[in-house]
Every structure is written in structure tokens, then in C-alpha cells.
Design a protein around this ligand. Sequence first.
Ligand code: CDP
Ligand code: CDP
Length: 208
Amino acid sequence: MIIAVDGPAASGKGTIARALAAHYRLPYLDTGLLYRAVGLNVVRGGGNPSDPDDALAGCRFDDLLLSDPKLRSEDAGATASIVSAHPAVREALVERQRDFAARPGGAILDGRDIGTVIAPHADAKLFVRASPTVRAQRRHAEMAGMGQQVSVDTLLAEIRERDRRDSTRDTAPLVQAADADLLDTSLLSIETAVQRAIALVDARMAAR
Ligand code: CDP
Ligand code: CDP
């Protein structure tokens, strides 16, 4: 059983994917972390994320890097969005993600291109969405919880810019797969969003 969860920043896809992983007892891969790690490598090495060679040189991972709290910042998300537009970077990360998806017991992955590129034959695909304002408010609340005060307007501008970059790139843009179920979480509590997600996946599995 392979489940693909895609969607824009702060749509709630990570929360939903983790809950599905627990519900169906599947291993979970947050593929955004890989792109965030590449971006962090480039910045730490003094490279330019817009330069394809610098970005490709940043495609190295270890467990320490992938657990670095700095990966979670909005800055790291913005840098990830720049390095992830290079086709060579996406190519360098494909095998790792496909290997994870091919685990014998199944797997769940979340990102931008899981249902379209990484696992086009996934058993269930969710495209998670929420309005930009709601997403900016969520990030704001998240950051306030960590003692960081960034205005909703600033976060809204960052989210719109990241949406634009992720949706307009030539390689593996953020787009809903034709056979994905749409889940808009704008007005949903986490509990309700997770219940809906489980119902959608169950319906897909029953129809197979
Ligand atoms: O959690 P959030 O949605 O804010 O970001 P993320 O999933 O960690 O992804 C960070 C950035 O990595 C995105 O804005 C994309 O540009 C890129 N990404 C991608 O291109 N493909 C993926 N499968 C996952 C992330
Ligand atoms: O992974 P992604 O960036 O799409 O979003 P997330 O990290 O799962 O969710 C972003 C924030 O929105 C988190 O603080 C979640 O707790 C919150 N959230 C929410 O308030 N309502 C939902 N239905 C889903 C997530």
C-alpha cells in the first residue's frame, strides 16, 4: 500500500501524512526535508542556491543533517524551493524516494510531486490544500509557539512566493495528479482533516 500526499506549504499535508502513517502502520518519508537539507548544505558551504552546480554539490545527506532543527525554518523552506527547481537536483533525489516508496510493506510519502513523479502508481493520492491566508495564520501560530514573532503579512508573502515558484517550475511542478483526491483543510480541525483523509484512502482501497 503506497499513499502519496502532496500540497503547498502549511496546507496540513505533513500532519495528515503522519496521522495516516500511524493509522495504517506505514513508514513515512517527509520528502521536503531532503530538499531542505540540500539547501542548508549549499548555504553552509557558501554556495549560491540558484546555481545548478552549487545546488547539485549540496545533494549529500546524513542522519545528523536530516535531524537538524534549522531545516524546519521558513528560510530553509524558501531555499529548498530554489534548489528544488534544478532538474539535476530532483534527479539526484528520485532514487532515494522511489526506494522508500517500494518498501515491501508499503509506505507513505509527502511532498509536491509524489503522486505525479515519484509514485505515479500509488494506491491512494491526496492533494491537500488550504487558502493562503489560513496557511499564513497557521505558520504564524506555529512560530509564535516557538517564541518567534513574524507578521502574518510577511508569512503570507513568503507563502505566495513559494507557491508561485513551486507551481511554475518546468520540472515536476506542484500540481494535483488527475487521480488524486482533493482535501481542502481551510475550515477543518486537524481531527476532522485526518478523519476525512482516512475515509478517502479507505474508499480508494475498497475500489481497487
Ligand atoms: O512543509 P512545507 O510544505 O512548508 O515545505 P516542504 O514540504 O518541507 O518543502 C520545502 C520545499 O521543497 C518546497 O517549497 C518545494 O520547493 C520543495 N519540495 C519539492 O520540490 N518536492 C517535494 N517532493 C518536496 C518538497
Ligand atoms: O506539512 P505542511 O507544511 O503542509 O503543513 P503541516 O506542518 O502539517 O501543518 C502546518 C500547521 O497547520 C501545523 O501547525 C498544524 O498543526 C496546523 N494544521 C491545522 O491547524 N489544521 C489542519 N487541518 C492541519 C494542520
